[in-house]
Design a protein around this ligand. Sequence first.
Ligand code: PMP
Length: 402
Amino acid sequence: MKDLRAQFPAVHQKVNGSPLVYLDSAATSLKPQKVIDVLTEFYSRETANVHRGAHFLSDRATQKFEKARESIQKFINAESPNEIVFTKGTTEGLNLLAQCWGRRFLRAGDEIILSEMEHHSNIVPWQMLAEEIKIKINFIKVTDSGELDFAHFQTLLSERVKLVSITHCSNTLGTLNDVKKFIFEAQRFGAKTVIDAAQSVTFQKIDVQYLDCDFLVFSGHKLYGPYGVGVLYGREEILNQMPPYQGGGAMIAQVTKDGTTYLNAPQRFEAGTPNISGVIGLGAAVEFSNSLNLTKVLAHERELLERATEQLKSFSDVRIIGESPSRVNILSFVIAGQHPADIGQILDQQGVAVRVGHHCNQPLMKRFGIAGTVRISFGVYNTVEDVDILIRALKKAQELLS
Ligand code: PMP
């Protein structure tokens, strides 16, 4: 893991006079030099638009862009590159589904199932749709230990349910859900399934054919890649039945004054000049991820999590939110009588970067009767020393706040 850490220039800096201890990878990961180099090279020498130029640079950019699509297809084991739609990120993927799949396939009286641990990006787009089309949204309950309540899920299923959209890994609790079990059950009722893999994609091999989901979304920036780029995977035959929600160049078969016909997926959902550098950078991030031994990554991040959990328990008045044995690299806690924002600020003064607040999980906060948490999360660059520095910094925070 030491060699890996050396590949991330951002970890080798001081913040507020102390060496940076970055414990906020669930918000966004740091970037390896290889990804940074690919972006620099693209902007330095390769800049050109894709899919239309009649010149060398444009051809090369197009080849690299489409090669990235194929790398991502293999990365998640999709059947065809046509099933890989480039988006801005997880949020756009889910909005696209609500608008394009939802408007096409949902009718008043239909039901969809989300869960109490969803990120707002997997709640709000569906609520916006529900305001227009009178669909009902039900939420799978979360247990006290921070897991999806499968028995409750089963009580929500019926022929009226057309979609189940759930997260693979909770960005607050760290719970890794056994989504295959939920997908299998949803399919028995003919419901389509969406998996939010924004967190899981960093440490878990994603295989959409094994999961047998209809859609899956993730963002590049949490996967050691650039900002403003992400992926919507969808089964090709369903994508081609969905109308696009943005019109413009690069997505049309023919335009006349009377109307337009569209290209098939993925182009029909990629109107306009895409995030070319982002996509090529994401291709490099996927290569980086492929070069990792994910079993080792999982074991390393779990070791850090266990060390942090154990040491946190020695603090008085600490409450860890979510204690599923499936957790890998995310840990949330509150300390009685101390505001997460105050703790975050004192940690920051010591160079320790964590996230505080509701983490775009307000229904989950309500479920646990809290306003927010302190969240620590690990990436491949974190070390055992990082955990020890965090604990020392936290002790100092406690002294100052008590
Ligand atoms: N879902 C989950 C589980 C997340 O953790 C996040 C990011 N915090 C998102 C969705 C939204 O991702 P983005 O902001 O990259 O669109």
